[in-house]
Design a binder for this molecule. Structure first.
Ligand SMILES: Cc1ncc(COP(=O)(O)O)c(C=O)c1O
Length: 463
């Protein structure tokens, strides 16, 4: 390969295209059918229209974007995806993508090892966290067909929907004021004997709260319930769970991440903290014999090899080999390690959340809602009543985006009761209220967190 600068995306994309073109040429020249030919001028005009539309996006790559769990993929992921996409393997069967199927098996093993799951763990990539969770819940239903699914009121909203899709009864367990599942309530639900699978979330979408996995696992075991950990957003923080340097995970949070090794199934989204483009979730099943539930015949595939075809253990059929290649290449250059690779990125994200929180402590008007466990920080402009906070939060959200130097946040709806538990002086004049939320999922957030909060505080004061 020619020399290219590490983050020079244009040069790397050209290199990817050149390498794939050389591979194509080695298979012999042929004439493209006239039906697929498009005049350059037509393609250019359409492409310019596309670029014009894409400019309507918020700048997800920039640290001024702290709204949702969005960020641009790492250049290594882009390169891996682009090069592979030009070939377009399908990880359904080995004859449709043997090299990328092998890469998928490798990355799945890396992810299982990160959680301390056994070597035999069975897993595969999925198109999203939702689909990976659906599969885990479906396996749970296969194991205990007549039993219910229990999850916290703070679990991702898709668990309830997927339970509906699967025809499973849902039991919603209350969460404490910091967003973590209440163990006593879980115990009471388990005592009824009706729960087959319990979903624990290590990093909730709203607050980044970590459910008490270490205590919940023995409880579930005592009642014969399966444990599914939804680590779609927070999972990569397992990399820091053995690092007790101050300023990283609290001892308690780290203990719950370590306990994931006891789970029956785990879901993680490389398209969140794993720097991948969308289309990359992952399901891990501790017991490989559960692959039997996926057993099916396909009259068209699985004939090329006796080795495992990933379609044989996946509910989805076609899946992008490019997603596996992108993750494989990313982990080659940014490994799943504590003190390098992804570990360094996550460390910076935790620092960003701490700096954001410290800046809130020094702020005139803005106050923290709860102290963050991971990299999601929630806060609100201080007012005497819930209704006034609600209006001021929405106003600040809108004002910050409209600024000449914009800051992009998200809005979170919370219960007034939860707010007044930590801020008893606030009048509960309405049931729920909107507050503000920042997902600080880019390492660059660490160096600008304080400035962003100071600017938001100044905007809140003007309002
Ligand atoms: C904890 C959790 N679980 C599941 C999901 C759903 O994942 P996806 O958006 O990849 O379908 C999310 C998305 O934010 C999440 O935060």
């Amino acid at each position: 390969m020619a020399e290219t600068k590490a983050l020079d995306r244009a040069a790397w994309l050209a290199e990817a295209s050149r390498c794939v073109q050389a591979w194509e040429a080695a298979h012999g020249d042929f004439d493209r059918h006239p039906s697929v030919r498009v005049p350059d001028a037509v393609l250019r005009e359409a492409f310019e229209a596309l670029i014009q539309r894409l400019r309507g996006n918020y700048p997800f790559f920039h640290p001024r974007y702290a709204g949702q769990m969005l960020k641009a993929p790492h250049p290594a992921a882009v390169l891996g995806y682009a090069a592979t996409m030009l070939i377009n393997p399908n990880n359904h069967a080995l004859d449709s993508g043997a090299p990328t199927a092998a890469m998928e098996k490798e990355v799945v093993q890396h992810l299982a090892r990160m959680f301390g799951l056994p070597k035999e763990t069975l897993g595969h990539l999925t198109s999203s966290g939702t689909i990976a969770n659906l599969e885990a819940l479906w396996v749970g239903r296969c194991c205990q067909p007549d039993k219910a699914l229990a999850f916290s009121e703070q679990a991702h909203y898709t668990h309830g929907r997927m339970a509906d899709v699967l025809g499973m009864r849902s039991i919603v367990i209350p969460a404490d004021q910091r967003g973590r599942m209440e163990l006593e309530a879980l115990d009471s639900a388990l005592k009824t004997g009706s729960v087959g699978t319990v979903v624990l979330t290590t990093g909730t979408t709203s607050l980044g709260a970590v459910d008490p996995v270490a205590e919940a696992v023995p409880l579930c075991r005592a009642y014969g319930a399966r444990v599914h950990v939804d680590a779609a957003y927070g999972g990569f923080y397992a990399l820091l769970s053995d690092d007790d340097r101050p300023g990283l995970l609290s001892q308690e949070t780290a203990r719950h991440f370590r306990a994931i090794e006891e789970a029956d199934s785990v879901v993680i989204d490389p398209h969140k903290h794993g720097l991948q483009p969308y289309g990359c979730g992952c399901l891990l099943l501790r017991d490989p014999t559960l692959g039997r539930y996926y057993q099916h015949d396909s009259p068209y595939t699985y004939f090329s090899s006796d080795a495992l075809h990933l379609g044989e253990i996946s509910l989805e059929c076609s899946r992008a080999g490019a997603a596996a290649a992108a993750l494989w290449l990313t982990l080659k250059v940014l490994p799943l390690a504590t003190d390098r690779g992804l570990g360094l990125i996550l460390t910076a994200c935790l620092h960003a959340a701490q700096r954001w929180t410290e800046a809130l402590q020094a702020a005139e008007v803005l106050r923290a809602y709860v102290s963050p466990e991971l990299d999601i920080v929630t806060f609100f402009p201080e007012r005497r009543a819930a209704s006034a906070i609600d209006a001021a939060s929405q106003a600040l959200f809108t004002r910050a985006v409209a600024d000449a130097d914009p800051i992009y946040l998200s809005v979170l709806s919370v219960r007034s009761g939860a707010l007044s538990a930590s801020h008893p002086a606030i009048r509960r004049d309405q049931e729920t209220l909107r507050i503000l939320r920042s997902a600080l999922m880019k390492p660059e957030h660490a160096s600008c967190a304080s400035t962003l909060v100071e600017r938001l505080d100044a905007m809140a004061q003007q309002a």
